[in-house]
Ligand binder design. Structure first.
Ligand SMILES: *[C@@H]1O[C@H](CO)[C@@H](O)[C@H](O)[C@H]1NC(C)=O
Ligand SMILES: *[C@@H]1O[C@H](CO)[C@@H](O)[C@H](O)[C@H]1NC(C)=O
Ligand SMILES: *[C@@H]1O[C@H](CO)[C@@H](O)[C@H](O)[C@H]1NC(C)=O
Length: 462
């Protein structure tokens, strides 16, 4: 009554179901999920797929935690989650942390985890390390190379390690840090405990940086959600001032800005050599007044021209406009959306907050721009207040909007990141013309992607 194919499937199911002793319900899958619809939907897809798989193999589904449902500030830094997770699931064998775009082959993962003894301190994942001290890791120079996980590949912590982290946090409290930048690195630094008696991340090749056949986890590549967003629907505001007109504007004009349909160069003085200069108050530091003036100006432009998105960039931000238009297909411009790279300022302490860091470039939907300029809560305390921390952190909070984090935006230069990390994604931006050739960075990382844009554009123009 069974076909050969069915027999094979049954036999495979039998093999799988009995080839490991680990009870799958003793695994806690912790998705560092986000409120925004696209990201929340992906977290749900990940969960549904794993549940479906466990049901097909007659296993108990694992436990799931979506951090966006936990209402814990700074859960993306991991620290606040440890105590919550350990007290809720003290008997869990494994805690698997991942992102909404992590692909998990659950049967393979369970089989792999089953080969480790959960009564020992284990931390398994896809290890990254720095060649040189880097700004995004606070220039910490590690005597022994610190391995830190690529969280998009997921990482697993054994019960015993979770227990000791929990008691360490209970005794000594959450470490005092002002800035949270690369949470996986900062967490790894804590777990490693300067090599004294901490635990090193174990690199497991099956936790992959990109898909190959033996992977049990890997970061899913980005896929567009609809046809590319028209460049007519994007307005780019470049923050600049006279001293950079000659040195930086020609570089961005030659590389990415030429792909932009609507833009303004927000500067302190007019310049006959430049088009689209808009005068805004300048400040030597902080730039809050300047960025606020940009928002006021941009609000009028977006409203009058029916433009959906405002991009705010520094004059030394480097973009792929093609990838940006693809990325924006996944977000709804009618919602209040703030998209960019998330940093934290004392985010795990009561007085802290998260914000979008300015240099990486950031994107705001038109309704959000309007909401910000309408709200008295968003007026700068001082003209020199740090613009990103205030406007894209404190002010967003006050107008009830959470920033949406995209790891594709980068506050630093390509050389500041681990190459294995960058090769596991398709970056949208980099930042800073400092000891690098920005044209070379553009050509290496973005030109090919943007060329396609040019050809479709020429095609439709014909
Ligand atoms: C697992 O580790 C614990 C503690 O080191 C040890 O007592 C136990 O025998 C180990 N179990 C197996 C199956 O190796
Ligand atoms: C690690 O060392 C610290 C002191 O540096 C100590 O308080 C702590 O209990 C140790 N932890 C373990 C797991 O041995
Ligand atoms: C979380 O942060 C927000 C804004 O920074 C703050 O208003 C709120 O009280 C914090 N919640 C908790 C539980 O600390």
């Amino acid at each position: 009554m069974f076909t050969n194919k069915n027999n094979t499937i049954l036999w495979l199911m039998f093999l799988f179901a009995f080839s490991f002793s680990l009870d799958t319900s003793n695994i806690v899958v912790v998705v560092l999920s986000q409120h925004e619809g696209y990201h929340a939907a992906h977290a749900k897809l990940l969960k549904d797929k794993i549940i479906e798989e466990t049901l097909a193999f007659d296993q108990n589904p694992p436990k799931f935690i979506f951090t966006h449902e936990e209402h814990v500030n700074g859960s993306w830094t991991y620290f606040p989650l440890i105590t919550i997770l350990y007290s809720r699931f003290p008997k869990a064998d494994w805690f698997l942390f991942c992102l909404d775009n992590t692909a998990i082959k659950f049967q393979g993962l369970v089989k792999l985890l089953d080969s480790y003894n959960t009564s020992k301190d284990y931390w398994l994942g896809h290890a990254l390390y720095d060649k040189d001290p880097t700004i995004i890791h606070h220039f910490t120079d590690q005597p022994k190379k610190l391995k830190y996980p690529n969280v998009a590949s997921g990482f697993a912590i054994s019960n015993t390690l979770m227990k000791s982290l929990n008691s360490r946090l209970k005794i000594f409290g959450i470490p005092e840090t002002d800035f949270s930048i690369d949470a996986s690195y900062e967490f790894a630094n804590y777990i490693f405990n300067k090599g004294k008696n901490g635990t090193r991340l174990t690199h497991v090749p099956e936790f992959c940086g990109f898909f190959t056949t033996n992977c049990v986890t890997y970061p899913k590549g980005f896929h567009v959600c609809a046809n590319s967003v028209s460049r007519e629907k994007i307005y780019v505001a470049v923050k600049t001032f006279d001293a950079n007109h000659q040195s930086r504007i020609p570089i961005i004009s030659k590389t990415w800005l030429k792909h932009v349909k609507n833009y303004g160069l927000f500067s302190n003085i007019e310049d006959k050599k430049l088009e689209n200069v808009i005068i805004v108050p300048n400040t030597k530091e902080g730039h809050c007044a300047k960025t606020y003036a940009i928002l006021q100006h941009a609000d009028k432009i977006l409203q009058s021209r029916g433009i959906d998105w405002l991009v705010i960039a520094d004059d030394d931000t480097i973009f792929s406009i093609a990838r940006l238009t693809r990325l924006l297909t996944c977000y709804n411009p009618n919602n209040p959306v703030a998209l960019g790279e998330r940093y934290g300022f004392r985010v795990i302490h009561d007085d802290g907050y998260e914000y979008l860091t300015g240099g990486a470039g950031l994107v705001l939907s038109a309704p959000l721009v309007h909401r910000i300029v309408e709200s008295t809560a968003c007026q700068c305390p001082k003209s020199t207040t740090p613009d990103d921390m205030f406007i894209f952190g404190i002010c967003l909070n006050k107008v009830g909007v959470r920033p949406t984090h995209s790891p594709l935006f980068h506050q630093a230069r390509p050389i500041d990141y681990s190459m294995n990390y960058l090769s596991s994604q398709e970056p949208v931006s980099f930042h800073k013309f400092w000891m690098i050739d920005p044209i070379q960075v553009y050509e290496h990382w973005f030109k090919e992607a943007d060329n396609e844009l040019q050809s479709t554009w020429q095609h439709t123009e014909l």
